[in-house]
Write a protein that binds this ligand. Sequence first.
Ligand code: 4AD
Ligand code: MG
Length: 432
Amino acid sequence: MSTLVSVAELGAHVGGEVTLRGWLYNKRSGKNVHFLEVRDGSGTAQIVVGAGDVPKETFAACDALTQETSLTVTGTVHAHPKRPGVVEVHGTGLTVVGRPTGEFPISPKDHGTDFLMDHRHLWLRSKRQHAILRVRHTIIKAVRDFFDGRGFTLVDAPIFTPNACEGTSTLFETDYHGDPAYLTQSGQLYMEAAAAAVGKAYCFGPTFRAEKSKTRRHLAEFWMVEPEVAYMDLAGDMELAEDMLVFIVERVLAERRPELAVLERDVTKLESVKKPFPRITYEEAIAVLARAGNPAKYGDDIGGDEETLISSAYDRPVMVHRYPREIKAFYMKGDPDDERAALCVDVLAPEGYGEIIGGGQREDDLEILTRKITEHRLPLEAFQWYFDLRRYGTFPHAGFGMGIERCVAWICKLPHVRETIPFPRMLNRLSP
Ligand code: 4AD
Ligand code: MG
């Protein structure tokens, strides 16, 4: 009797008879032998089917097998004759489960990006996409383990919201039983409420931005993790972000080396992601830009190119803090030591990836907050519940948001965020 196993488990079954269930990834055939590369989601295994080892019909049937045929194979597990640590299966039986109705659209040859994106539902089966999915999974799990291990409570934020959090220009409006509602841009305001209830809260869910930008960093729908901590200041916030990133990178290095190898990721770059991360003020960042010949001046919002310039001096993420109040959201607390600056931080990833985290200390004074919301031309009525957090036991607090896709792009060193999420939503893409 054979044992039903996954490819990942094969190594523990050398000498035994096993059954695998999966899909044909690739095939090489000689006169008396077929080499089938079968993947099952946990990995890819080579199945050697010798003419003398299977019934004649089975051997002949292998001739007709095409890419992505779903099948089960039975055979014995052997150490690979040449590659130490690798095992292969010597097939004794094979059953076709589903025969493709035509040629699989994504062959091992090169395809254009649009074609691949149109076939994203099939593209996910490729080795590279498989590796990215697994690294993404590990990053998400690491994020959860990090916060769960530090006494945080996961508090889910709503997706339909009555108000803007990150500026009105990137809101997706929907019809909510006859009234306008917006898809959430950030769970932050709700986490501020949660922090007063549980002290240390985080949410982790999809967020939406109607960005009209077609950059390699922007998605219309992305996943954000947002911790919020009562009685934490900006310095504590930066330390939390730093600890989280170190934790994530260590976890990926510990568990996903094979996937990083598939992606041809230079892991030495990740190995240098250690504490402490450099911390520079926005004003210092502007000086760095000036020295590099960039025209940005104090008060300018800095974009991707500037971020790349600033971060290029470091081998690990750099924290840029105290941006000018004018270019930041209404909820940022002013710096008591610098009337121009806000107590905020952006974390810029190395290797040109730019901002992956944005956060800071929140305005906890009701009067100032009311004035800021008026200045930002946001409707006061919609924020009454938020003002209650200042009315009833206001407290210093801080938090941040990290877009998971930006983090995945950096850790996997991908050229574009579209490959970091299973089914990306972008300016020109809502399908598949
Ligand atoms: O800097 P942002 O807009 O900050 C906030 O939303 C805060 N309310 C978070 C908080 O303090 N709780 O967004 C935070 C992060 C960015 O640093 C980036 O990683 C990601 O969210 N992000 C995007 N990722 C992909 N596509 C987009 N369009 C993104 N916009 C922001
Ligand atoms: Mg930001």
